[in-house]
Ligand binder design. Structure first.
Ligand code: HEM
Length: 345
């Protein structure tokens, strides 16, 4: 979790949507059963504490868990107003390729330097949520060589960093300051067809060189390459950016080789425009060639509120974060001293 940097207002903690590439990750997409909203709200309030409990002994492995909430669940759980741009994922039907919209109320995106930490936190979350939720998708991701996807290309190079990353993902000017939106899609690749392509042709599909990861010069980069269709520049020349945290995943026995796309943004329309460029094309027909080798199986859009919101949502009886979870102190400690202070001995 990172401190919010607006000096004039009380500090609000954003969830850790910006993180260095990790060795391991898990994406869990859940639906919430009727009348279980209160249980889910309680677990979300405890998420920070649970993450610290599992990861505390392994600081170097930086366990994190981002929770995203879908539009239907938001209204059922937190009521109105909804975050302004929160809506169900919009299916896109192009002439050849489709981006489906699939069910999901809640997203947990877990990352760490080792899979066991992600796995244990996911397990603890599911113990708490037993009887309240159904898992509609669970993907265990791994780092593949030097942060490559299963097509063999380095993935994540052009992610913004530092202040540019914060500007790309964090809502600054609205009721939900410090929050973000996240879109996820599960893609599977036709690796047989892909591997049969000469490397030079693969590079023209992606728009970068495979070994060196250097971007192709504009004169050589096809308009339907993945990089070209996803480079969105406003009229004033400003590039609209998102922060991606894609995970490689697969099951060799089943011949399943995939990329789990996870894109964070301060406004979902940036990602939605990229998806329109990919699936419909701009101009229509100029679809992203990566889709000729990749099929989208799922699609979901979620809002990522701040840690403060999750721990003490408006209208809850708590106006301070729950003491059971213990909010991290500015120095990163768990304020054990204050516990001692409550002792009667
Ligand atoms: C089949 C799934 C996908 C794969 C395998 C994939 C892979 C890649 C690779 C290898 C790159 C080049 C290196 C980099 O800058 O990261 C890239 C760039 C990028 N991708 Fe994807 N990607 C996928 C889906 C998506 C989706 C669904 C979006 C957005 C909706 C997206 C947005 C971007 C953006 C914005 C860039 C950077 C463009 C630039 O500024 O150069 N990608 N992707």
């Amino acid at each position: 979790m990172e401190p919010h940097d607006a000096a004039a207002e009380p500090a609000s903690l954003s969830q850790e949507v910006i993180a260095a590439p990790s060795q391991a990750g898990i994406a869990l997409v859940l639906t919430v059963r009727p009348d279980a909203e209160g249980d889910v709200k309680d677990v979300l309030a405890d998420l920070g504490g649970m993450t610290r409990a599992v990861g505390f002994g392994y600081q170097q492995d930086r366990l994190s868990c981002v929770a995203g909430i879908g539009s239907g669940l938001w209204e059922r759980t937190y009521g109105r107003p909804l975050p302004a741009d929160l809506h169900p994922f919009r299916q896109l039907v192009g002439a050849i390729h489709t981006a489906p919209s699939t069910s999901g109320d809640l997203l947990f995106h877990l990352r760490a330097g080792r899979l066991d930490l992600c796995f244990e936190l996911a397990r603890q979350l599911m113990i708490r949520l037993a009887g309240s939720v159904d898992v509609v998708d669970e993907v265990h991701g791994f780092r593949y060589f030097e942060q490559r996807d299963l097509l063999g290309f380095v993935d994540g190079t052009e992610n913004p960093v530092g202040a540019a990353a914060v500007a790309a993902v964090r809502i600054q000017d609205a009721a939900f300051t410090g929050g973000s939106y996240v879109i996820v899609q599960k893609y599977v690749h036709d690796l047989g067809t892909w591997d049969a392509l000469p490397v030079e042709e693969q590079e023209r599909v992606i728009g970068r060189h495979k070994l060196s990861d250097i971007e192709l010069p504009d004169a050589e980069k096809p308009a339907n390459s993945h990089v070209a269709v996803n480079t969105i520049v406003d009229a004033d020349g400003t590039q609209r950016q998102i922060v991606r945290a894609n995970m490689a995943f697969g099951t060799v026995g089943a011949g399943e080789f995939g990329t789990y796309f996870i894109g964070y943004a301060a406004r979902p329309d940036v990602i939605e425009t990229m998806l329109e460029n990919m699936f419909i094309g701009n101009p229509p027909g100029n679809h992203d060639r990566v889709l000729d080798f990749s099929t989208a199986l799922t699609g979901g859009l979620f809002f990522v509120p701040t840690v403060d919101f999750l721990e003490a949502p408006p209208g809850s009886s708590t106006d301070a974060p729950p003491t059971t979870t213990g909010k991290a102190q500015a120095d990163g400690s768990l304020a054990i001293g204050s516990l001692k202070g409550t002792s009667t001995s």
